[in-house]
Ligand binder design. Structure first.
Ligand code: GLU
Length: 395
């Protein structure tokens, strides 16, 4: 019956991160011993002090619709967070709370982009940017990068990608899937190029801000000349192990924030009131309250870099943030292993699923067909076992 569906949905790809996670769950339910390194989801519990805030909110009868853009107390807490962590001055009218950073991104793209507008995607990039851009009928202009440049783009590449139709650039640092982090200096050099093009908006996805093992994350909007055309997106899912609570937010010029509120007022009416109350507590907590998780992710990062670089044909960058590693495995293309022909990265991930019982995600989903994404948001034991299986399957 798919011919009964709209072209819009028929042309929309499935989210390959969610699809691979669903496949792994399905195989597990059938009794297969699958280690799923597909989804980017902290394996920690939400900290107790945040859970308690949610329980209190229920008992205090927070149960009604909230303002579409979120409780004002939450928007004030977000302003405090932006000031404290990012040196950004926003007022509550410039903040919109949404059902996850994913909705903040969708709102931003849908309110700013007309059909045929061009959006510049430094590759590799997160899967859902492309899907939402497709919904908005934008033209995606990819800027490729490779492991040799630590998956970062240069000002020269950015300049070359800009045309009179460019409406937006999407930056994501720390990056999903590469883990690369742009330094302040690198961002300022890119901003220098954008200074010449006042009609280009910048969507800065900073959801992995706190999961950063190198120099502190730098917000693009902290560059004076960029602030009035940057939309800063963040959320609590990754830093506070709150993926299922679905709370994301953005800070933007007021007219853009207002448009995003109008958009979500027609689609979701805003996000869950209990999760919003708990988020106030999360954002007002000191960074020491989540340090144990970041420290553990760093140990796992080091472990994965060490173990994976011992496997033949895995070319690795050292991710400085997020919880993914993005090896270039193109060495295997054209080879036949255990009777399976590996033509591309998708074949490689299917091979790993079938022969090693390890779920990963193909780099094709992220705009880089030479790589695969491995999430190390899993226990050290599972990571060690997964690499052992991968290594065995490939020999
Ligand atoms: N952002 C996470 C990931 O890339 C969660 C899944 C999703 O929302 O796509 O794996």
């Amino acid at each position: 019956m798919s011919n009964q569906l709209s072209d819009r949905i028929n042309n929309l790809p499935n989210s390959q991160t969610l699809e691979m996670a669903a496949k792994a769950r399905e195989l597990k339910a059938q009794g297969r011993d699958i280690i799923s390194l597909s989804l980017g989801e902290p394996d920690f519990n939400t900290p107790d002090f945040i859970k308690l805030a949610a329980i209190n909110a229920i008992n205090e009868n927070y149960n009604s619709y909230t303002a579409v853009n979120g409780y004002v107390e939450l928007r004030e807490a977000i302003c405090r967070k932006f000031k404290r962590d990012n040196n950004l001055d926003y007022n509550p009218n410039q903040i919109v709370v949404s059902t996850g950073a994913k909705q903040s991104i969708a709102n931003t793209i849908l309110v700013l982009i007309n059909p045929e507008d061009e959006i510049i995607f430094p590759a590799p990039y997160w899967v859902s940017y492309a899907a939402v851009a497709t919904l908005a009928r934008a033209k995606i202009v990819e800027i490729p990068s490779t492991i040799d440049t630590d998956f970062k783009i240069t000002p020269k590449q950015l300049e070359a990608a800009i045309t009179p139709k460019t409406k937006m650039v999407i930056f994501n640092s720390p990056n999903n899937p590469s883990g690369s982090v742009y330094s302040e200096k690198e961002f300022r050099a890119l901003a220098k190029v954008l200074e010449k093009y006042p009609n280009i908006y910048i969507l800065s996805d900073e959801i992995y801000e706190h999961i950063n093992y190198g120099s502190p994350s730098f917000s693009f909007a902290a560059i004076d000349k960029m602030k009035n055309r940057t939309i800063t997106v963040n959320g609590v899912a990754k830093a506070f192990a709150m993926t299922g609570w679905r709370v994301g937010y953005l800070g933007a010029p007021e007219w853009i924030a207002k448009a995003c509120t109008k958009m979500q007022g027609q689609i979701t009416s805003g996000t869950n009131c209990i999760a919003q109350r708990a988020t106030i507590t999360a954002l007002d907590s000191p960074s020491s309250s989540i340090k144990y998780m970041v420290d553990e992710f760093k140990i796992r990062r080091d472990l994965m870099v060490d173990l994976l670089s011992k496997i033949d044909g895995f070319k690795i960058n050292i991710p400085e943030g997020a919880f993914y590693i993005f090896p270039d495995i193109s060495y295997y293309f054209g080879k036949t292993i255990k009777g399976k022909i590996i033509k591309n990265a998708s074949d490689f991930t299917l091979f790993l699923l079938e022969k090693a019982n390890v779920a990963t995600v193909t780099g094709e989903a992220f705009g880089d067909p030479n790589c695969i994404r491995i999430s190390y948001a899993a226990s050290q034991d599972n990571l060690k076992e997964a690499v052992k299986r991968i290594s065995k399957a490939l020999t």
